[in-house]
Design a protein around this ligand. Sequence first.
Ligand code: HEM
Length: 464
Amino acid sequence: MAVRKKKKDRRYSKGCNNQALLPRGSKGWPMIGESFEYFGAGWKGHPEKFLHDRMSKFSSLVFRTSLMLEDVAVLCGPQGNKFLFSNEKKLMQPWLPTTIAKIFPSSQETFNSGNSKFRKLLINVLKTEALQQFVPIIGDVAQQYFESKWKGKKEIMAYELAKTFTFELACKILLNIYDPELIKYLFGPFEAIGKGFLSIPIDFPMTPYRRAINAAKFIRKELVAIAKQRKIDLNEGKATPTQDILSRFIVYRDENGEFPGEDEIADQIQGLLIGGYENMSTTCAALVQFLAELPEIYHGVYNEQTEIAKCKAPGEQLEWSDLSKMNYSWKVAREVIRLTQPSQGYRQVMTDFMYEGYSIPKGWKVYWTALSTHKNPELFPEPEKFDPSRFEGNGPEPYTFVPFGGGAHLCPGKEYARLAILVFIHHLVTKFKWEKINADERIVYNPLPHPAKGLPIRIYPHIS
Ligand code: HEM
C-alpha cells in the first residue's frame, strides 16, 4: 500500500517543479491557436482525429494546445480521466469557454463555484429511486409523441423530432408544463440558444450569437416567473405539483437553513434543460439512424421490446421493473452513445501541479473528452464498428467508457437519460420500422454531433 502511494505521489503532485517541462504540443497560430484544427476535425466527421494525431505525436497521456485564446492541457486515456475525476476541487474547478459564459452570465458564478450548493439536491432529485415514479409519465409522453409526430406520416425529419421529444419531456418532468402552447413558446428561444452555441461568436444585432444571448435572457426571465408563481401556489396551499423537480428546488433549504431565490432556481433549471437537450436529442436521433442501418441490431431490440409489450394490457404503460428487462436495448444505446457523443468538459487550474512529469501551471485550462478512450482501438478494438457485445459481462475497463464524465461533476442527468432513452426505444421499435432516405447520411460535429442532413426517414408502422 505504502509503495503504491509513493508511486502515485511521484507522478502527480501539487506545486510545480521549476525544472519541469510543460506538456509537449503545439500552440498553433497566434490568437486562434489550434482552434481550426480542433473544429475542422469535427466538421469532417472525426473529432477524435485532432486528439489521436497529437496523442501519437506528443504523448498518449497529456499534450498541450491552444484553443479559444487559452493555454490548454489535454488529459488523455483512462489515466487522464481518472486523474481529472479524482482531483476536482483540489486542483481544478469547472470552467466555461468565454463565448458560452457570455450566453449564460448568471450561471458562470454558480458553475465556477462547482455548483456545490445545489449539487446535492440535483443528485437527490435525479437519482434512480426518485425517478422511478416518473417512468409511466415518460411512457405517456413518448406514446403521445409517437402518435402525434410519427403516426400517419410517410416521411419525417427524425433529428428535428428527437429535439421536440427531448424538450417536451424535460418541460413535463422538470417543470410540470403540459400546455402545448407554452412548450412551443419556450422551444423557439431554446433552439436559438442551440444555434448560438454553434455559431461564430460575433455579438452584433441579428447574428445567431446575439440571438442566443437574448434567448437565454428571455428563458431565464420566464423561468423566474414560473418559479415565483409556483412558490406562491405552494405557500398558499393551492393544488400544485409538489414532487416535480421545480417544487423540490423551491422547498430546498441549504445548510444555513435558507431557501434558494427564484434567480438561483431559474439558473439551475436552465442548466438542467440545456445540460440534457443536445446530448439527448442526438442520442435519440442516432439510435434511429443506427437501427435503420443495422437490421440485425434492430431485430434484437425489437424482439426484446415486443416480449415486454406482450405482458402489458392495451394502453398499460411501462413500469420501473420493465426497464431491468431491457438489457440488450441498453447495450445498444450505450454503443450509440460511445460512437456519437464527444462527452467533454473544461476545467481551470487552481494551483500549479505536476502530472506525468509535466508541470501544469495555475490559470491554464484542462480539457478532457471521452473520445480519447471511446475511439481508441487499444481500448475498444475496431472502434468504428457497432458492437453492443462490448458491454457484456463486466463491460469496458474502468475509466474507459465515461460518457457521463465522473467525479464531482458526474452528469446528474445520467439516470434520467437512461430511463428516457429506454422508454423512447420501446415505443419506437414496437410501433415502427423505418429506412433512411439518404443512405449515406452520417453524424457530423459542429462541434456538437448531429445527423448531417437532419435524418429524413421513411416510416412503416407495424400492423397490430
Ligand atoms: C445522453 C445523455 C447525456 C450525456 C452523454 C451527458 C454527458 C454529460 C457529461 C460528460 C457531463 C460532465 C461534463 C464535465 O465533466 O465537465 C455532464 C454534466 C452535466 N449534465 Fe449531462 N449528459 C446527458 C444527459 C443529461 C440530462 C438528461 C441532464 C438533465 C436532466 C443533464 C444535465 C447535466 C448537468 C446539469 C451537468 C453539469 C454537472 C456539473 O457540472 O456538476 N445531462 N453531462
